[in-house]
Write a new protein. Structure first.
Length: 237
């Protein structure tokens, strides 16, 4: 709860942004994912379910990690273990780089902002990989239980390799998600000062919905290119 309070104290719109990401953004990400699959993903609901599970975890994590907290948050995280420090802005602040997103206000050099981009990319890749392990494992587990309950059931698609699919999520998080959410964070800091509050919230809803559709499409495209999700419909074509 302390981390949430620190982010809300720095940005009063943070809870609204998180709500949009989790309830509207994830829905549009799944829509983008389904739109990129044959027959609107109806023949690949196992893959879509995996996207829903992993996406919910990742959207929360990337929003929470990129949100600035101010100097007060550094002291508490500095006393934690390595993982807590790595997930916070301790090391970035130590190196003189922005702690939230790369466009965070401050007298940072271009090099320090690039350090933020690279560091967040590595952190998000790790988060994406482990969230992929969890989401893919849960999806494959549900399919396994259905097969045990109904021996006549045959999955329409080849179940993805957990490690390969998780690696694809890690790559997607480190490159596509990192770049897109960094840009959104930078735009937010400018537009929140120029737009009325209601207009800004409408903009937030629209731009985050579009961003998540792009994210859903880009993940499916990357998964197809890397061959980690094999569609039965495409194999028969």
């Amino acid at each position: 709860m302390m981390g949430w309070q620190e982010r809300t104290a720095y940005d009063s719109e943070f809870p609204i942004k998180m709500f949009i990401e989790q309830f509207i953004g994830v829905g549009f990400a799944v829509a983008g994912d389904m739109a990129s699959r044959p027959n609107w993903g109806l023949d690949e609901l196992d893959f879509v379910l995996s996207t829903l599970m992993v996406g919910s975890i990742l959207n929360f994590t990337i929003m929470f990690t990129l949100a600035p907290t101010g100097a007060v948050a550094v002291g508490g995280a500095a006393a934690g273990n390595f993982l807590q420090k790595a997930m916070s802005d301790v090391y970035l602040k130590k190196w003189g780089a922005p702690g939230g997103n790369m466009f965070e206000p401050g007298s940072y050099t271009a090099g320090q902002r690039i350090i933020n981009l690279a560091y967040k990319g590595v952190v998000f890749s790790g988060i994406g990989f482990f969230a992929g392990l969890l989401g893919t494992g849960m999806t494959n587990g549900l399919l396994f239980m259905r097969q045990r309950a109904d021996p006549t059931y045959v999955p329409k698609n080849e179940q993805p390799n957990i490690l390969y699919n998780s690696g694809c999520w890690g790559l997607h998080m480190g490159l596509s998600c990192n770049a897109r959410y960094q840009a959104l964070g930078g735009a937010d800091q400018i537009l929140v000062k120029l737009m009325p509050l209601t207009g800004f919230r409408i903009y937030q809803t629209a731009i985050r919905a579009i961003n998540n559709v792009v994210g859903g499409v880009s993940f499916v495209t990357l998964a197809r290119i890397l061959g980690v999700q094999k569609s039965a419909a495409l194999a028969q074509a």
